[in-house]
Design a protein around this ligand. Sequence first.
Ligand SMILES: Nc1nc2c(ncn2[C@@H]2O[C@H](COP(=O)(O)OP(=O)(O)OP(=O)(O)O)[C@@H](O)[C@H]2O)c(=O)[nH]1
Ligand SMILES: [Mg+2]
Length: 204
Amino acid sequence: MNEVKLAIMGGEGTGKSALTVRFLTKRFIGEYASNFESIYNKYLCLEGKQLNLEIYDPCSQSQKAKVSLTTELHWADGFVVVYDISDRSSFAFAKALIYRIREPQTSHCKRAVEPAVLLVGNKQDLCHVREVGCEEGQKLALDNRCQFCELSAAEQSLEVEVMFTRIVKDILTNFKLKEKRRPSGSKSVAKLINNVFGKRRKSV
Ligand SMILES: Nc1nc2c(ncn2[C@@H]2O[C@H](COP(=O)(O)OP(=O)(O)OP(=O)(O)O)[C@@H](O)[C@H]2O)c(=O)[nH]1
Ligand SMILES: [Mg+2]
């Protein structure tokens, strides 16, 4: 069974838990505990594959002013980065997170393929007090090779499900790419070793 690890990142109060709970239960309950982090499990069948999806919903206290993401970058196969369309500072935080995820130094994680990222402008139902334009979100996503959507965890169930399905599909595509790269890589190393030692042996 494929293991898929997804981290939900974003500023405090942007709706990370609301989106996660909406996806898992199809419900919006309004208030969510934010003093502890959680990892949820959900079994999915997607593209004919059985998946065990793990969703990491961080604790806002430990998230404060934290953009280092070192643990998350090693753990997660993909990220949902959430901001609140009615809160510009949350967009700035989302931008910093995306830059961190896409930093070239992130290669210290020895990733063959860069992680899948979906930028989400949440609380679309608050568009009358909007502070971040939809096109700003689109541009940030496009410039950083991310997917993008705006939605409302409070009012939309199907859209939230589609959003999670989209990021999981992107992660599965990355798994396929990694698989393709790995055998050819190891084959060429094996060939190289064989060439070097094979030739030496012959000359002795
Ligand atoms: N209007 C509106 N409110 C929302 C929406 N999503 C979440 N909220 C509200 O925003 C507040 C914060 O939501 P949470 O899901 O707790 O946000 P969070 O990102 O998990 O917050 P922390 O864990 O504290 O960082 C709660 O009062 C939610 O009811 C939405 O789509 N629309
Ligand atoms: Mg939360």
